[in-house]
Ligand binder design. Structure first.
Ligand code: ADP
Length: 403
């Protein structure tokens, strides 16, 4: 069975085609700068060189057309006909309370997705556009929606409610939803396998540390708390996002900067804050910051310290919330690759009996246990793979349709 996974962002789309019999990625790539005159696409079939070409993609539908053409191209393609594809799995950022798992997309689901649009005005519209374009191009193909929020729907009320009038939750949907759920779900399952323990027996903190970062408390296989909230702005200090702050700062900044609340939130707190802002505008890329910190750049060092401190604080909070801590997982760009950031964080976790094996911790991009055998908590680096989770969910749903 071949499954195509699509992830549409506001000006880009990414894809991977999987052969699910061996869970093998046959081809991957994407179209960037959709809607701009200098749009281009990349395509790489496994084992071959990457192909890059300029394309005319004024919208996602035209971009997707290039993807489908590349997949069946006699020279660079990997399938003979589009009918070889059994289904498409779409990443959708926000599923609200409606979706606690992946679903087959039909008219009713499309209506519900449009309703969720208000909750995620930045993220859901491009996801919906991608689904609609695929449905127009391949009307007979089953499509599945896989939601970033779904894994966190198991959070108890005490974890997802804010200290606001209850009516805000009931009538306006203001609550913690959490994001990166597909990644937290994937790495928590892999962690249980690495620890050779059933997921139902262990309490994990999974740290997805990338440009956008979030932490989840995964108790006995279920998410019971997570750091991102109503939107992906809450929680950790991120590449360009502030994470947690006193909400009164927003109105203060509106007056100081003479900007509206949405300008402050979108422009300032989402795009100019985080480690980028803390480092005095140096960079949101952790590689630049680590290099600069090593060369003595004080603000770069400070930004990395603030980032690490916030992660440590959340790990402590989640250990208390779960009443146990068996494992810590590091994933995503920073978590998978930065041994110095993992060290910075783990050094401050001695209260939990965390012992890092410096040699094992020096790995990059590999799945392995990086704590010492004596460590009371198993620390792991696990490369995330959201696409394979989307492909698996899609294959499962499509197979059950035929059953
Ligand atoms: P997102 O998906 O949120 O855009 P990623 O998970 O791809 O982010 O992570 C991107 C981040 O990972 C970048 O900020 C980059 O600094 C960081 N990163 C990648 N490789 C390394 C590395 N070797 N050392 C430190 N940081 C790294």
């Amino acid at each position: 069975m071949k499954i195509l996974v699509i992830n549409c962002g506001s000006s880009s789309l990414k894809y991977q085609l999987f052969d699910m019999d061996q869970e093998k990625c046959l081809a991957r790539g994407g179209v960037e700068r959709v809607g701009s005159p200098d749009a281009f696409m990349t395509h790489r079939s496994t084992g071959n060189d990457k192909v890059k070409r300029d394309v005319d993609a004024p919208d996602h539908e035209r971009g997707l057309k290039y993807v489908f053409d590349a997949l069946v191209d006699p020279n660079i393609g990997v399938i003979n006909s589009l009918s070889d594809i059994s289904a498409i799995g779409h990443r959708v950022v926000h599923g609200g309370e409606r979706f606690a798992g992946s679903v087959l997309i039909d008219e009713e689901v499309m209506r519900a997705l449009h309703e969720c649009q208000d909750l995620a005005p930045l993220h859901n519209p491009p996801n919906i556009m991608g689904i609609e374009a695929c449905r127009r191009l391949m009307p007979d193909l089953p499509m599945v929606g896989v939601f970033d929020t779904a894994f966190h729907q198991t959070m108890p009320k005490e974890a997802y409610l804010y200290g606001l009038p209850y009516d805000m939750y009931v009538n306006h949907g203001v609550r913690r939803y959490g994001f990166h759920g597909t990644s937290h779900r994937y790495v928590s399952r892999r962690a249980a396998m690495l620890m050779k323990r059933p997921p139902e027996e262990i309490c994990l903190v999974t740290c997805h540390l990338g440009n956008g970062s979030s932490i989840a408390a995964v108790k006995r296989g279920k998410s019971v708390d997570t750091s991102m909230g109503f939107t992906p702005l809450e929680g950790l200090v991120m590449g360009t996002r502030s994470g947690d702050l006193d909400p009164a700062i927003v109105s203060f900044l509106c007056e100081e900067l003479d900007k509206s609340a949405s300008e402050v939130v979108l422009g300032y707190l989402n795009k100019n804050s985080g480690v980028l802002g803390l480092s005095g505008g140096l960079s949101n890329d952790f590689r630049d910051l680590e290099r600069a910190a090593e060369e003595g750049h004080q603000l770069a060092r400070l930004a990395l310290d603030v980032f690490a401190y916030r992660v440590v604080k959340y790990i402590g909070a989640y250990a208390a919330a779960m009443g146990a801590l068996d494992g810590i997982v590091f994933t995503a760009g920073v978590g998978e690759n930065s041994s110095t950031m993992r060290k910075r964080i783990c050094e401050r976790l001695q209260i939990f009996g965390v012992g890092l094996d410096n040699e094992k911790n020096s790995v990059r991009g590999l799945e392995q246990i990086i704590s010492t055998p004596e460590s009371r908590v198993t620390v792991m680096a696990i490369p995330t793979n959201e696409e394979i989770m989307i492909a698996r969910d899609t294959a499962e749903i499509v197979s059950s349709m035929g059953a």
